[in-house]
Design a protein around this ligand. Structure first.
Ligand SMILES: *[C@@H]1O[C@H](CO)[C@@H](O)[C@H](O)[C@H]1NC(C)=O
Ligand SMILES: *[C@@H]1O[C@H](CO)[C@@H](O)[C@H](O)[C@H]1NC(C)=O
Length: 428
């Protein structure tokens, strides 16, 4: 029986317990810090900056539920009855109110795809790799043509290239594909890195990343390919390293990756956007599923994850700046964003697990980050909640395809891996 099941079994008044647990979470500095320590990054930079993250989290009204044993909870509840006033705490795992959008369903992708990658070059949408099922990964690219709304081309990826959780960036012709997980289930990442010339559809190799990374934040900025964070080889431990290499026309101009200023908070599944000559990193998480020790098939097993809504920016100063956090913690948005009218649009994702049931909770909102005012708004609802969806924008239409959707309007837990493609006319 799970800890919560025992808990529920013993006590009927679970909802007041929940309020109490959440109220406890108000004292989250300690809890969050404990979680951070749990990830056992020992660098002093990491701990000093996690204080900055705490600050950002508190500012946004985001609360993380501390670990609390049943016995402690019982005792604390008694104490609470005596003296602690109830307080309202935002339910970060709940859907946010959002206007409806009219979604139109178009031709589905040739395959269902989870944790793939996408790059839009003009009217063509390149959709890479991903899991078909947990035991089967794709090793090809599908291309969608936004002009005639057809899936028009399919071609193979190199055999040694990772199959999911890739770091991908493009200059408008060449697409760089960095590291990522090699194989199905929870296999390890590879350091191998490639570049695709989209005009000839030929692949070349690039210098390997100094170490393999799982779902690293990757973007091209000022002539250099930047690779930041992600998880380390075990898929779970957040990495803080930041490397870059000079590139031009699909070629590395340097033999090796250079070390850059580490990222304040590590982990996978973030959106990485270059806009107005600045590099932004949005959302993400610390921790992820990892292979069950000794499992010959590297069977995935769940580990503690902390989802966050932090936004970090690099500019001329080459120091990380903290921008206003997302309306709630969001992860699994690597390719779920587009730039539109001096704003960044983000679709779906996952948020903090449900504090009581511990279930994974998907996100169904469309967010907009206004770059002039540095503010977030919720601009609409997707037709369902979906994570790691792949998003494009063409001729006034916002498109998304792939990812894993919810179980239904009343159940935000992940279920089906999708191949459906939808679009909505945006006018903001
Ligand atoms: C995309 O569609 C347009 C309109 O039909 C067509 O002119 C163009 O060649 C297509 N591109 C590709 C790569 O198929
Ligand atoms: C972007 O801004 C332009 C000019 O203000 C406007 O005409 C256009 O409709 C906007 N695009 C969207 C998708 O809202």
């Amino acid at each position: 029986m799970s800890r919560f099941a025992q808990y529920k079994h013993k006590h009927k008044h679970t909802s007041s317990k929940l309020v109490f647990l959440l109220a406890c979470a108000g004292l989250l500095g300690v809890a969050l810090f404990a979680d951070v320590l749990w990830f056992s990054s020992s660098s002093s930079l990491y701990s000093s900056l996690s204080i900055a993250s705490n600050w950002a989290l508190e500012k946004s009204g985001i609360f993380i539920v501390p670990k609390i044993s049943t016995k402690e909870a019982d005792k604390a509840t008694e104490d609470k009855k005596k003296r602690v006033p109830e307080r309202f705490v935002s339910a970060t795992f709940a859907d946010l109110p959002a206007p409806d959008l009219q979604w139109e369903r178009l031709a589905s992708a040739p395959v269902p795809r989870l944790d793939g990658a996408a790059i839009q070059i003009k009217n063509l949408f390149y959709v890479f790799a991903g899991y078909g099922t947990l035991d089967y990964v794709h090793s090809h690219v599908d291309v969608y043509n936004f002009t005639d709304n057809t899936w028009c081309v399919r071609f193979d990826m190199p055999k040694e290239m990772a199959h999911s959780h890739l770091g991908v960036a493009s200059d408008g012709r060449y697409i760089y594909v960095v590291s990522g997980q090699y194989g199905p289930q929870c296999r390890r990442p590879t350091a191998k890195t490639f570049v695709l010339d989209t005009e000839t559809r030929k692949w070349q190799t690039m210098p390997q990343l100094p170490a393999p990374r799982y779902a690293p934040a990757t973007q091209l900025w000022r002539g250099r390919l930047h690779v930041m964070g992600g998880s380390k080889e075990n898929r779970h431990t957040p990495a803080l390293e930041h490397w870059s290499i000079a590139v031009k026309d699909g070629k590395a101009l340097e033999k090796q990756w250079q070390t850059e200023i580490p990222i304040p908070r590590g982990g996978p599944h973030r959106a990485t956007v270059v806009v107005n000559d600045r590099l932004l990193i949005i959302g993400g998480q610390e921790g992820d599923f990892m292979a069950k020790p000794g499992s010959p098939i590297f069977k995935c097993s769940r580990r503690l994850e902390v989802v966050y809504g932090d936004v970090y920016m690099l500019d001329d100063e080459m120091k990380w700046k903290i921008l206003p956090p997302m309306p709630k913690p969001i992860s699994h948005i690597e390719f779920a964003w587009v730039i539109m009218n001096n704003s960044i649009i983000i679709t779906g994702g996952t948020t903090e697990k449900h504090p009581v049931t511990k279930k994974i909770i998907l996100v169904g909102e469309v967010f907009q980050f206004h770059l002039d005012s540095m503010t977030w708004t919720v601009i609409g609802k997707l037709p369902f909640r979906v994570k790691t969806t792949l998003t494009g924008f063409w001729d006034g239409w916002l498109y998304f395809t792939s990812g894993q959707r919810d179980r239904g309007p009343d159940n935000p837990q992940p279920k089906k891996v999708i191949k459906e493609l939808y679009r909505t006319k945006l006018s903001l």
